[in-house]
Design a protein around this ligand. Structure first.
Ligand code: ZN
Ligand code: ZN
Length: 304
């Protein structure tokens, strides 16, 4: 199976600590690389995790708090220094467009690649990107400013041809695409061979939901039904639940409730408050609700 994985570049929240970088991730799906959020320090983190800068084709910004977008101008400027010519798409709340363009104009005029800016509506669910292998939908979230998450979903793959059966019936390779698309096979003697005999089903499509930042939304799981992996912010533990409510953040337990209600495969915790010296308590509290939880950490790579 082609890799579908998440590289964590930063999973801290707004205040800097010695342990975490602000939010940034690379989603790698079938050979393509997408950046999700781009806090300060992201380009250094990219260096450390040996991601090929040139392969990043699009950046998705959840909201315009500094810990999610201040790394963008620096990274785009570096792309220019590295001689990038391929355009890059930026999906973000519309208010960023003019600021970003002015900034780029000021600090690196004459960029040799284009920034394709796509203003996103964070208030509704919509498909904002698609290519041959996947789609990306917005996930409306509730934060102090306009904010949405992103749902990366593989498109269903075609079934596999059973080579033993194809050889047995002498089916030419030129017919394989038809058979993958569902056709039966008629042997030269007129025998009809049903498609189900000739193929094995494709692996079920995988999906990844990035949900940061948000307060707990009791209905969020409805959009996330059956998602393979959810990253849900878990800024606080239950000891700070009031703070979570006040600042429109979530606790680890609330993140776990979302994953449980969605029937997710696994939950990645992240966006940790600087108040915690380590995140064991967050993991513990989340696991009381949803067993398959893991703590994000810088440079970790998770299969979706
Ligand atoms: Zn944040
Ligand atoms: Zn925020």
């Amino acid at each position: 199976m082609d890799p579908f994985r998440v590289h964590i570049l930063g999973c801290g929240s707004a205040l800097p600590t010695q342990r975490h970088y602000p939010s940034a991730q690379i989603v790698e799906c079938r050979g393509k690389l997408f950046m999700v959020d781009c806090g300060e320090g992201t380009q250094l983190q990219l260096r450390y995790c040996h991601v090929r800068f040139t392969k990043i084709s699009a950046v998705f910004i959840s909201h315009l708090h500094g810990d999610h977008c201040l790394g963008l101008p620096g990274m785009l400027s570096t792309f220019g220094l590295l001689g990038r010519t391929a355009r890059i798409a930026v999906y973000a709340p519309g208010e960023l467009e003019n600021v970003l363009k002015a900034q780029m104009q000021l600090v690196c005029p004459g960029l040799e690649y284009e920034i394709d800016f796509h203003a996103i509506d964070t208030t509704r669910q919509a498909t904002i990107y698609q290519d041959r292998s996947l789609t990306v939908d917005t996930i409306p979230l509730e934060h102090r400013v306009k904010c949405c998450g992103f749902l990366f979903r593989e498109k269903p793959a075609q079934p596999h041809i059973r080579r033993d059966m194809a050889d047995y019936y002498g089916i030419p390779v030129s017919q394989f695409n038809n058979i993958k698309a569902g056709a039966d096979w008629t042997a030269p003697d007129g025998t009809l061979v049903k498609n189900a005999m000739l193929t094995t089903p494709a692996e079920p499509p995988r999906s990844y939901a990035y949900c940061s930042d948000t307060r707990y939304i009791a209905s969020l799981h409805e959009q996330l039904k059956g998602v393979s992996t959810i990253y849900h912010e878990s800024t606080y533990g239950q000891d700070n639940i009031q703070r979570a409510e006040k600042y429109y953040h979530s606790t680890a337990r609330q993140a776990a409730q979302v994953a449980r209600d969605a029937g997710a495969g696994q939950l990645l915790l992240g966006h940790y408050s600087s108040r915690y010296e380590n995140e064991d308590i967050l993991l513990e509290e989340a696991r009381e609700v949803f067993e398959n939880c893991r703590l994000s950490e810088e440079m970790a790579v998770f299969d979706v």
